[in-house]
Ligand binder design. Structure first.
Ligand SMILES: [Zn+2]
Length: 268
């Protein structure tokens, strides 16, 4: 009996540090990734009432949940780093000084380690590096997935695994990674609510809102897919922020993104 108790005590003593190490290895984290810069010819194209040129940052986020990695948006194409003058878009010029792949590498990850490729929506400044992650499971709203390209054809490769959401979804059923349906900027736009143990709750905006000034003034770009639906989504976001006591992180807002700690640093 004494021997059995001793063995039990020894095994408990051995197990404790392993359990602690496992908990640490899988504790939730969020990394902020630089995903490019957008110079706008005319700031009013995203901020009604503004005048003159403008700028938007492009931000992606990487979330660790247990053994799973979730990438939220993929930013502008990594190939831009080889083009110092950038690339013209319909609203301005895109540039990038650091690739998404190199930032994953600094964290010790390969693109193949990403399990879920979660997208706010399918505009080109958010899907520029989809081709790096052919094995990852897309998590998008069905309305976005089914939205045909302007000149016809699908937005996503049919062979890529996909979870097509119809409304909100708590991905792991523990409240830590929750998709919030916010249509309007595009047909199936969504935001992401992330709950972290130390930082608290964060609502990642996608393009439901582009700038803090737009949020404060409750206004949306006239070029949005559906303006009334966009305004209703702002109300939905305000309700979520209140309900969860979350911070709103606006990925295109230059002044706010500049204050973030970028990867390989992270938020817990
Ligand atoms: Zn965008």
């Amino acid at each position: 009996m004494r021997r059995a108790l001793l063995l039990l005590a020894l095994s408990a003593g051995c197990l404790a540090p392993i359990a602690a190490a496992n908990a640490q290895a899988s504790s939730p984290r969020l990394y902020v990734l630089y995903c490019g810069d957008i110079a706008l010819n005319d700031a009013s194209s995203f901020t009604p009432g503004a005048s003159g040129p403008g700028a938007l940052s492009d931000t992606c986020y990487l979330i660790r949940h247990g053994q799973d990695w979730i990438l939220w948006d993929t930013g502008l194409p990594d190939s831009l780093v080889d083009r110092p003058d950038g690339m013209k878009s319909n609203a301005g010029v895109w540039t990038s000084r650091k690739t998404l792949a190199s930032q994953l590498d600094e964290i010790g990850l390969k693109p193949a380690d990403i399990r879920y490729l979660a997208l706010s929506h399918s505009h080109p400044d958010h899907v520029g590096n989809l081709n790096l992650f052919p094995q990852a499971t897309l998590v998008v709203q069905k309305a976005e997935y089914d939205w045909v390209q302007p000149f016809g054809g699908p937005r996503f490769k049919p062979e890529q695994p996909a979870i097509k959401l119809e409304g909100d979804r708590d991905l792991f059923a523990d409240g830590s990674v929750v998709f919030i349906s916010t249509p309007g900027h595009s047909p199936g736009h969504q935001c992401l609510l992330v709950r972290l143990p130390k930082t608290g709750a964060l609502l990642l905006s996608g393009d439901a809102v582009h700038t803090r000034a737009n949020w404060d003034s409750h206004r949306v770009p006239e070029r949005n897919f559906n303006v009334p639906q966009s305004l209703a989504s702002l109300d939905r976001m305000a309700a979520v922020l209140k309900e969860t006591n979350a911070q709103l992180w606006i990925g295109h807002e230059v002044s706010e993104v500049a204050l973030r700690r970028y990867a390989p640093d992270y938020y817990e």
